[in-house]
Design a protein around this ligand. Structure first.
Ligand code: BG6
Length: 484
């Protein structure tokens, strides 16, 4: 299927931290794909800005190597790579000093969209913002993009928001949560609000419970220093899982418009009940046959940081009264899978014999891999022998339905960067949303830190510690299996 690509306005995008890991892995390959799809206008320019003493050719060479490393060969024909590299420029810059700022000011062109991607440590945000203004590089319409982690608690997130607010208006700030850029996450909104079918059932009258799972097979790899100070709660729950929960639980916004959507998400976060200690299970992966334990990998032999979390959350509002949302996420699990499962109630009365069985419908939205949805419906088991009911899936993989290859699906980053250029904040977090999410997670983390309880060990390649199963079992429910 050929999708319609509308070129964006001409832009100058400055990537601070342009030689860093995120730039090489995501930002530059993402921009390259937008270039090959025809979305980048001929006047567009991407300016790398970092400490490394590179020149324009050096940056182009580094970018070519990054594309080679992070993209399959067939996705990067030579002529396209060369065409893309011609859009790149570079300036060596000292974020906290004087070097490079005048050169950058000279490079910027009037009359095009100006965007600044802060792909650097949050401690540099203030200095960068200050210098952009001091040198007249940022104007009231410039946009700035910041990455997670956006703070590590409410106090630090507030401080960051204040720093940014000294130099930029909220409408200029794009806080990235890359989960919001995933096609299927956006599809969640299309599914809920573009169909009449689901919305009438999407409430406590018909929904028994919701499960949100983000499982990864990877461990923490070389990120031990960062991860051990974060854990799954700060790294995944406070942002990615919270966003999935919000999109699943929010009221229909009046419009698909940045503030209308974000207002509704914020209301969900504010309606989250404090989580009781007995409703959370923390886990940490143990040593496997071929893999190191979390403690060894992180370099912290006594670490009490969790690499797995399962929790039960209540949303105190009219729609979701009494409907638990079970969240779980972990590293080194059986398979890589992100999905949302909406389990409906059983029909109120069965007209069939008791031994016919009674089943509940279940809608699963698969975010990755194999993006799609499946709805379990009850039918009669074929053949003679009376009325016996069985469950069968109505299964749709979006790629099959749309005749797409997996490689046609845009990566989260490329979508989000183009939204920055278009000036559309719908898929970015607003300052008050981030703060509300921290306000909810802070007491949970503080209680762990005060109690010093250790996470439960779990086997790599499993579905987490046994206690995670018990969390649902004691409510008479079961997690949907994490299948390889
Ligand atoms: C990042 C986390 O934000 O998201 C990582 O810091 C995690 O720990 C990653 O692995 C997961 O993203 P994705 O897109 O691979 O599901």
């Amino acid at each position: 299927m050929v999708s319609r690509v509308i070129p964006v306005d001409p832009f100058d995008l400055v990537v601070f931290g342009g030689t860093g890991d995120l730039a090489r892995r995501k930002i530059l390959p993402g921009l390259f794909r937008r270039f090959t799809s025809g979305q980048m206008p001929p006047e567009a320019r991407v300016i790398g800005a970092a400490r490394s003493e590179l020149d324009r050719d050096g940056f182009r060479k580094m970018t070519a190597e990054a594309l080679k490393e992070f993209m399959p060969e067939k996705a990067r024909p030579k002529a396209d790579v060369e065409g893309f590299l011609a859009h790149l420029d570079y300036v060596a810059i000292d974020a906290k000093g004087k070097d490079g700022w005048k050169e950058l000011a000279k490079l910027m062109r009037p009359g095009v969209v100006r965007a600044f991607y802060f792909s650097v440590a949050p401690s540099l945000f203030g200095a960068l913002a200050e210098r952009l203004h001091e040198h007249g590089i940022a104007d009231p319409e410039s946009r700035m993009v910041v990455e997670k982690p956006f703070g590590r608690d409410l106090a630090s997130a507030r401080a960051l928001n204040r720093t940014l607010a000294e130099h930029f208006d909220e409408h200029q700030i794009y806080r990235i949560d890359h989960y919001l850029g995933k096609e299927t996450v956006q599809n969640l909104m299309a599914l809920r609000f573009g169909n009449i079918l689901f919305e009438p059932l999407w409430n406590h009258q018909y929904v028994d419970h919701v499960q949100i799972t983000v499982a990864e097979t990877v461990g923490i790899g070389g990120r031990g220093e960062y991860y051990d100070k974060s854990g799954a709660m700060r790294d995944m729950v406070q942002n990615h899982l919270m966003q999935l929960l919000c999109l699943t639980a929010m009221e229909p916004p009046a419009k698909f418009d940045p503030d209308a959507v974000r207002d509704e998400k914020l209301k969900v976060i504010r309606a989250l009940q404090p989580v009781q200690p007995g409703s959370i299970v923390r886990g940490q992966y143990a040593e496997g046959e071929k893999s190191k334990s979390y403690r060894e990998e992180s370099g912290h032999p006594d670490s009490r940081t969790e690499s797995f979390i399962a929790m039960k959350i209540d949303i105190a509002n009219w729609r979701w009264n009494g409907v638990p949302f079970y969240l779980r996420t972990g590293k080194r699990m059986r398979t890589r899978l992100s999905e949302i499962v909406v389990r409906f109630k059983e029909p109120p009365h069965s007209i069939f014999d008791e031994d016919a069985g009674n089943n509940a419908n279940e809608l699963t939205i698969r975010l990755q891999p194999n993006e799609g949805m499946d709805l379990k419906v009850t039918i009669k088991e074929p053949g003679p022998g009376g009325m016996r009911l069985i469950e069968v899936p109505l299964d749709m993989t979006f790629a099959d339905a749309l005749g797409q290859e997996e490689s046609d699906v845009p990566d989260a980053y490329e979508r989000l960067i183009m939204d920055v250029i278009r000036g559309n904040q719908t898929l970015f977090m607003r300052g008050d949303e981030v703060e509300a999410a921290w306000a909810w997670t802070d007491p949970i983390i503080e209680a762990w830190e005060a109690g010093r309880d250790a996470p439960r060990p779990y086997d790599p390649g499993s579905a987490g510690p046994e206690e995670a199963f018990m969390l649902l079992h004691r409510d008479g429910r079961r997690w949907r299996e994490i299948r390889a």
